[in-house]
Design a protein around this ligand. Structure first.
Ligand code: PGA
Length: 258
């Protein structure tokens, strides 16, 4: 299982970012045994935060990257730069970036660059709103097909897909466990159609959108999610630690059962 804390454009200073990270680190005591724990701070904080996590007990993600290789691209940050400061995961296609014009074409190119550099992409997909005739499924399908075009089967081994319905992000209104499982099944089918069932079954599907300490257990017990992409709650150490603890315990139980 996987828990990623997406700090977005928070906190406002490096000092506060370090404090937040240290509060989470201190609250953990041990490395959670049954999950991968990741935080995604804003890029200017990455190398300082990396120094606070020497054993990578908490791994680092970048919130975005350029699809370009290093060169004359003012304002951009390349995957190789992120890699050199200890980043191992990169979020791609977050809805807050799609809303500001990030295109499917750039998302697809970015995925390829991340995979080429051997980092793990976390591809975000999700509908803006739900309609009664199920059009949101075809929207998610289009996002997936366009993002993954040109990838080989072996590329999917390192891919994580986050289902993040836009209506659930930062609204306090999470998708139900049933919504998540239904969408996971659909995503798996779209992947299977393109890459074959064995490949599709091994892609990790996580959920994001108003995950907190109160809804995490229900989502873990009643949905097929393999983890969470957590925004707002990852800025509150007690909340985030509680999500981590629940997910770790769930993963442990699940492992014992199988
Ligand atoms: P949220 O954000 O947990 O604040 O809803 C999730 C995300 O945008 O990744």
């Amino acid at each position: 299982m996987l828990v990623i804390g997406n700090w977005k454009m928070n906190p406002p200073t490096l000092g506060e970012a370090k404090k937040l990270f240290l509060a989470v680190r201190k609250g953990l005591r041990h490395r959670p045994k049954y999950l991968e724990l990741v935080v995604a701070p804003p890029s200017p904080y990455l190398s300082e935060i990396e120094r606070l996590s020497p054993s990578q007990r908490i791994a680092l993600a970048a919130q975005a990257t350029s699809e370009q290789n290093p060169g004359p691209h003012t304002g951009e940050i390349s995957v190789s730069m992120l890699k050199s400061v200890g980043v191992s995961y990169v979020i791609v296609g977050h809805s807050e970036m799609r809303a500001r014009g990030l295109s499917d074409e750039i998302i697809s190119l970015t995925l390829k660059v991340i995979l080429k550099n051997k980092l793990t992409p976390v591809l975000c997909v999700g509908e803006r709103a739900r309609d009664t005739n199920g059009d949101y499924f075809s929207l998610v399908e289009t996002q997936l097909v366009r993002a993954l075009q040109g990838l080989a089967r072996k590329d999917l081994k390192n891919l994580i897909i986050a289902y993040e319905p836009v209506w659930a992000i930062g609204t306090g209104k999470n998708a139900t466990a049933e919504d998540v499982s239904e969408m996971n099944l659909f995503i798996e089918k779209v992947l299977a159609d393109q890459f074959g069932r064995p490949v599709a079954r091994n892609v990790r599907l996580i959920y994001g959108g108003s995950v907190n300490s109160r809804n995490v257990d229900g989502l873990l017990e009643q949905s097929t999610t393999a983890g969470f992409l957590v925004g707002g709650a990852s800025l509150k150490p007690a909340e985030f630690l509680s999500i981590i603890k629940s997910t770790n315990q769930h993963a442990k139980k699940h492992l014992a059962k199988n």
